[in-house]
Structures are given as structure tokens and as C-alpha cells.
Design a protein around this ligand. Structure first.
Ligand SMILES: *Cc1c(COP(=O)(O)O)cnc(C)c1O
Length: 396
């Protein structure tokens, strides 16, 4: 690139940021499937190990394809630095392990991804890290009152999976700054196309790149982006513990970013159409979508997001049993444990991901018996809507 990336628009950067061309003059970035990198002489090798150069050493530390993906993510999120990991969970886990120590306290939103909840409740206590949860209905003063002298980080996910709760990032960043704690935001549902947490005052952004970033249901990946000094700690932790992203996955994900803006626009557009079309469906007691005025946090969504994203949730009047019948009646939509794919996906948390919980436990996690989550794909919206409407009719 001849111009500095700051002179281009984000959607141009998503296409054009590229590792330097090799002497083969390739147009697309080649795949660097190599575990390690060579040195011309002993002095160069010594200097590189002493951090005096930025040459690659070993692909657990860095790799050209992974660098390309990270550079794009930094440009899109507006972050100083980043590190890419094998999955979204390893990105979140690394952000906890690198920045929290025994005796520290984490303040987290209650509505978070299931595996993140497992990490917080099952594993962090093993290392003496405690957590409190705040609720979406808590006012800023009561959230601030939950901060203890040993609180080191606030973690949140917005919109949340699967309940689509929206948290005011700016409000939380004010609390975080006032108490000098790190604000860490899981931005997997919105992607940097629709929401930039760092611009709203967050210190770190974590992603599952498996979802909308890949966008085609192929590879797992994760990334953490944010302040240089925080990413340095995360890099140091990951370089030694090994949750690095594979060069192959990085190559796939960097290509995916080239189409992220176009895809998110279409996903959001179709999801809003679907949500509006279902609003008056007689088989549903509720339709939830961030950009529907009936969403409880519609005003916050309008303030911090430029589109509502690709997930629509609704509640079946017939509860748990209708949920099962609804899945069976679908003809086009896939039944699969992913989201953010070009193919539309339906899921019913109460009979699948959250089936082991009691009804009370599910209620606390925001999972009602008839809750259906639709990941709106890139098919024609007419076909998506028709399939859902016929399945609603059949399952009533
Ligand atoms: C899927 C998901 C994760 C976990 O990501 P993986 O890539 O599956 O490890 C974390 N947060 C959110 C919001 C997710 O949807």
C-alpha cells in the first residue's frame, strides 16, 4: 500500500490491508504454512530473540497471515494492537488470564455466552478470581456500587447471545474510568461494521471470529484488540501458553473480512425485514430485534450501533413443545450450533444448549421455553420468511 491506512475508509482497509508482496508478485496473499522462520546468520537470530527486530520466529508467536488478519481487525476496531487466537473462547480466556491475578475481582454482565459463563464460574475461582454479575435492569449507580477495591475488569457482551440485551458501553466506560478498571467488550454479535466499542471508551474488544467474521461457517477463530500495553500482556501470555490462530484459519478469515461490510449490511437489512414481518404473527408473543422500536434498549442500540445485526429472536406462544415442533417443521433453515453464516440457522436454546438447566436457571439466563434464535443468512428474505411462517403455522 502506498498510502497510510489511516487515509482510507474502514471498508477499503478491510479489502486492501495486505502483507508485503513476495518476489512472485502474487495478487492475493499467499498462505504461509510454516511453523518457523529462518535467519541469514547467527547475529540476526540473536537480535530477533532479543526483540531488537520484528522478524517472525515461530508461528506460535507470530505469522504473516495472522498478522494480516490482526492488522485488519485493528484498523476496523480502531485499536492500537491485537492478538489472534484459535477460537473466540481462547481470546476471552486469554484476556482474563493475562490481566487478572489471584485475589482480583471481575464484574461481568449476567447475559453472556454460555462458555464464558462456565469459565467465570468453574475455572476462574480455581485461581482465586471472584466474579459478580450485574443485570441489564441495574441502574449505573448500583453497577458502580458493585465495584470493590480489588475489581480489575468489567466484562460485557452487547448485543448478548442469545437474548439480544443491549448494554450502554459509554455508560460502563465512564464507571470503568472512574474506578480505573479495564472495560472488556465481547463484540462478536455486532462486528466492527456495526459497533466500535473502543470508540465508546472500552479498553479491549474480544471477538469470536467464528461467527460473522468468517461468515460462512468454515473455521474457528478469535481476536483481542485494544490498548497496546494490555495487548502486550495478552501476547506474552499466549506466546507461552499456545492458543494461537493457525495461519490457514487466518488466511480464510482475512479473506472473509474483505466482504464483511457488504455481508453485514445485507444480514442487518434482511433481519430487520424479518423482525418487522413477524411482529404481528399470531403464533408469537414477542419479537426481539435491536432496531425494532419495541426492543427494551432500542434507544441505546440506536446510539451505539449503525445496524441491528443478523440475529432475530422470538417467543412461541406454545412454549417448549412448540419449539421442538417448530424446528422439525423448517425446510430451508439449518438446525446447527452456529450463527453468523451465509445460511440461515434456527436454534431453540431451551431444548438444546440450555436443556440441562432447570426452568428457573433458564429464566435467570434469559432463556424462556419458547425462545427461538434466528441467524439470518444471505438467502433471499422472501424464502427465509416463508419458511419461518410455514413452520409457525405447522407447529402451532
Ligand atoms: C460463539 C461466541 C463465543 C465463543 O466463540 P468460539 O469461536 O465458539 O470459541 C463468544 N462470545 C459470543 C458472543 C459468541 O457468540
Amino acid at each position: 500500500m502506498n498510502k497510510d491506512r489511516h487515509q482510507y475508509q474502514p471498508d477499503t482497509n478491510a479489502v486492501r490491508i495486505q502483507i508485503p508482496r513476495t518476489d512472485q508478485m502474487e495478487h492475493a496473499s499467499p498462505m504461509f504454512l510454516t511453523s518457523s522462520f529462518c535467519f541469514d546468520n547467527a547475529e540476526e537470530m540473536r537480535a530477533t530473540f532479543a526483540d531488537e527486530t520484528d522478524f517472525n520466529i515461530y508461528s506460535r508467536f507470530s505469522n504473516p497471515n495472522v498478522d494480516e488478519f490482526v492488522q485488519k481487525m485493528c484498523a476496523l476496531e480502531g485499536g492500537e494492537a491485537g492478538y489472534a487466537t484459535a477460537s473466540g473462547m481462547s481470546a476471552i480466556f486469554a484476556s482474563f488470564m493475562a490481566l487478572l491475578k489471584a485475589g482480583d475481582h471481575l464484574l461481568s454482565a449476567r447475559s453472556i455466552f454460555g462458555s464464558t459463563h462456565t469459565v467465570i464460574t468453574k475455572f476462574l475461582p480455581k485461581w482465586g478470581i471472584t466474579t459478580s454479575y450485574f443485570d441489564i435492569t441495574d441502574d449505573p449507580a448500583s453497577i458502580a456500587a458493585m465495584i470493590k477495591p480489588n475489581t480489575r475488569m468489567i466484562f460485557l457482551e452487547t448485543p448478548s447471545n442469545p437474548g439480544l440485551e443491549i448494554i450502554d458501553i459509554e455508560m460502563l466506560s465512564r464507571i470503568a474510568k472512574e474506578h480505573k478498571v479495564i472495560l472488556n467488550v465481547d463484540n462478536a454479535f455486532a462486528t466492527p461494521v456495526l459497533q466500535k466499542p473502543l470508540a465508546h471508551g472500552a479498553d479491549l474488544v474480544t471477538h469470536s471470529a467464528t461467527k460473522w467474521i468468517d461468515g460462512q461457517g468454515r473455521v474457528l477463530g478469535g481476536v483481542v484488540v485494544g490498548k497496546k500495553e494490555l495487548i502486550k500482556e495478552i501476547y506474552t501470555f499466549c506466546r507461552s501458553t499456545g492458543p494461537s490462530m493457525s495461519p490457514f484459519n487466518a488466511w480464510v478469515l482475512s479473506k472473509s473480512l474483505e466482504t464483511l461490510f457488504v455481508r453485514m449490511e445485507r444480514h442487518s437489512d434482511s433481519a430487520l425485514k424479518l423482525a418487522k414481518a413477524l411482529e404481528n404473527n399470531p403464533h408469537l408473543s414477542l419479537v426481539k430485534y435491536p432496531f425494532l422500536p419495541s426492543h427494551p434498549q432500542y434507544a441505546i442500540a440506536q446510539k451505539q450501533m449503525s445496524g441491528g445485526g443478523g440475529i432475530v429472536c422470538f417467543e412461541l406462544k406454545g412454549g417448549l413443545q412448540q419449539g421442538v415442533r417448530f424446528l422439525d417443521a423448517l425446510q430451508l433453515l439449518s438446525l446447527t450450533a452456529n450463527l453468523g453464516d451465509s445460511r440461515s440457522i434456527a436454534s431453540h436454546p431451551a431444548s438444546t444448549t440450555h436443556a440441562k438447566l432447570s426452568e428457573e436457571e433458564r429464566a435467570i439466563a434469559g432463556i424462556t421455553p419458547g425462545l427461538i434464535r434466528i441467524s439470518v443468512g444471505l438467502e433471499n428474505i422472501k424464502d427465509i420468511l416463508e419458511d419461518i411462517e410455514q413452520a409457525l403455522e405447522k407447529s402451532k
